[in-house]
Write a protein that binds this ligand. Structure first.
Ligand code: GLC
Length: 611
């Protein structure tokens, strides 16, 4: 796949306005002396423990945090508290793990990690933002910073001070299930937004502010270039292309002070990134000067050699990984107890140098000191209470408004009049919060229906926006279209995450095409809203629509869509990636040639406020 990249005016401006000031002292050096002094007091078991991150579902006995001196606990996409999914459930859950850490000899606090990838999305009732592809369409780093500031406050409100975000992937082939986790297919689009997100989470460099949340730029390096969009696959390209397309967002995030980076599952020209010393150590830590720590992905080191866990440990740690994400409980192979024992053997045998261990642990301790964790792990109840607040949702609503890309608007079909007499709304997705949120929402894969409390569906938002005299009908199957003065058709993809979203073809689902054709047959103007994690092959749907809006995966605040549809907010969204013309175009070597819509496309109109 040809990875050429073109600059767009909007993104150059955004990048220029986001050049990060040079740092006076090396990053994370303010408390380095304390970190070194603590390191000098640590036993080998305590050092190894800091390099271990265990999934909460694998810690049946939470006191293992104390027994094995664990440095971090995470909750993967489905590792929820047994008590429930409310913010309080999560806060109690996290506090239990932290209390065990603070009972260790040296009282080193854990960092609790979570995939807060579009808001604090694991928590029921949290503010759910548009996924990255929608934020990419805003081309607005300041807005992305605001969004992640809100997310950081909501994470901190549950005691979680580490978000596995921003994903700064540059997805090239939209058949990849993780396309929506990328801001766009051009590093000039991605880099400034990754910087905005890093600053939003961390408050610029790391700080002892209790709402500062450690950001994690991921997945290093080249995940978005995986051949044919196959998740965790092989990125085949020369080093010049890898550096041109996939490296810039990391350079920008490191300069912005990102404190952690997650290694990628993919291979580069056949070699698993988790064992790639040149890229992880020489390039990321050496050339880019990254002074935070590198964490592995979920059981990703196991893929280096599926038959030899000990070799995986040796190769990944020596390649430059500092913390290993180990989801397996005792009793399962490749679990965290086994990891610690095998790493100790490797050190004793001189296969992993003590200096590599000390470097890894120092990096982790530096970050924990800079974040003030040694002084304070308490959670301000006001932060917990702010989760899903109207103020937070207002920021998400603005993100939705700015994320929408109007691709067609024949005869000024949009904006619709609020006093329209008869408005037919069709498509199940119009009244499906899960469909508008997509994957990584309460559950890893997301799900249809009322997936989280406090959200507003597109249908509810439409009903709120129109005048009392307007008759709004809703029929998922398009059975109620009679006498409509306009028809809004909401179609798109079902929720998915990661490899579950890989596709061979990207055609708009047949049932959606049928629905649009049905609406068209009424003769009334058809406004099609597409909910998707990526561009789809539209076929006749575009021709049959008077107006067509790419809404991506807007999250919980459906009113942001109504704000644009009914003219309160004029659309400013621009495509963050090219829109392919056909499935054949997807496989072409020259993606840039003749797309259906070029990167940067997007219509607007004069009425209504803008950002
Ligand atoms: C997943 C993803 C990664 C995520 C991690 C923890 O497999 O690749 O993005 O942060 O595991 O859930």
């Amino acid at each position: 796949m040809n990875c050429t990249v073109f600059k767009t005016a909007a993104t150059i401006t955004a990048l220029a306005s986001f050049t990060v000031a040079a740092h006076s002292a090396p990053l994370f050096s303010a408390r380095e002396a304390e970190a070194k002094a603590l390191l000098a007091r640590m036993t080998l078991d305590e050092k190894i423990g800091q390099m271990v991150q265990v999934d909460s579902s694998a810690l049946k006995d939470k006191s293992d945090v104390q027994k094995y001196f664990l440095g971090s606990v995470l909750s993967g996409g489905t590792s929820d508290p047994a008590s429930g999914n409310t913010a309080q459930d999560w806060l109690n859950f996290v506090n239990e793990f932290q209390s065990h850490a603070l009972q260790t000899r040296l009282k080193i606090p854990i960092l609790y990690g979570i995939d807060a990838v579009h808001g604090h999305n694991n928590v029921d009732g949290a503010t759910v933002f548009p996924h990255h592809i929608g934020l990419g369409a805003t081309h607005d780093p300041k807005l992305v910073e605001q969004a992640e500031r809100v997310t950081a406050q909501e994470c901190a409100g549950t005691g979680m001070r580490w978000a596995f975000a921003p994903c700064v992937t540059v997805p090239q082939d939209p058949r990849w299930g993780r396309t929506y986790e990328g801001y766009g297919d051009d590093p000039e689009v991605v880099s400034p937004l990754g910087v905005g997100a890093t600053i939003g989470f961390q408050r610029k460099e790391l700080s002892a502010d209790p709402t500062s949340v450690l950001a994690c730029a991921k997945h290093f390096l080249g995940d978005g270039g995986t051949s044919n969009g196959v998740d965790q696959g092989n990125t085949i390209c020369d080093e010049a292309t890898l550096r041109k397309v996939h490296l810039p967002p990391y350079r920008a995030a490191v300069e912005a002070g990102v404190g952690s980076i997650m290694a990628s599952y993919n291979s580069w020209n056949g070699e698993k990134l988790h064992g790639q010393k040149y890229l992880l150590t020489d390039v990321l830590k050496g050339e880019l000067g990254f002074r935070g720590f590198i964490v592995s992905d979920w059981a990703a080191i196991d893929q280096i050699n599926t038959n030899d866990f000990k070799f995986c440990i040796e190769r990944s740690i020596n390649a430059g990984l500092d913390m290993i994400m180990i989801p397996n409980p005792p009793g399962k192979p490749n679990n965290y107890v086994e990891f610690s024992a095998k790493l100790k053997e490797l050190i004793a045998a001189g296969k992993v140098p003590q200096s590599r261990i000390d470097d890894a642990v120092l990096r982790i301790l530096r970050v924990k000191y800079e974040m003030g964790l040694f002084e304070n792990t308490a959670v301000d109840p006001a932060l917990t209470a702010s989760i899903g607040s109207p103020e937070h949702r207002a920021v998400a609503r603005q993100c939705v408004r700015e994320s929408l890309v109007v691709l067609k608007n024949e005869g000024r079909a949009l904006p619709l009049a609020k006093n329209i007499k008869r408005l037919a709304v069709v498509g199940a997705a119009a009244d499906d919060l899960g469909a508008q949120c997509g994957g990584w929402t309460v559950d890893w894969q997301g799900k249809h229906g009322d997936v989280t409390r406090g959200g507003t569906t597109i249908l509810a938002a439409i009903r709120q926006a129109v005048s009392p005299e307007t008759q709004v009908t809703f029929s998922p199957d398009g059975s109620d279209l009679k006498n409509a003065d306009a028809v809004i058709v909401v179609v798109g993809e079902a929720p998915y995450a990661e490899g579950a979203g890989d596709r061979k073809q990207l055609d708009l689902p047949e049932k959606d095409a049928v629905l649009i054709a049905k609406a068209k047959a009424t003769g009334a103007p058809v406004v099609t809203i597409l909910l998707s994690g990526r561009p789809l092959i539209l076929g006749s749907a575009l021709d049959e629509s008077r107006a067509f809006v790419a809404a991506w995966l807007p999250g919980s605040e459906g009113q942001g869509l109504a704000d644009v549809l009914f003219g309160d907010f004029k659309p400013t969204g621009k495509l963050p990636r090219l829109w392919p013309a056909s499935n054949a175009h997807l496989r072409s070597d020259d993606r840039e040639a003749k797309p259906l819509f070029k990167r940067g496309s997007g219509l607007t109109w004069e009425s209504g406020i803008s950002k």
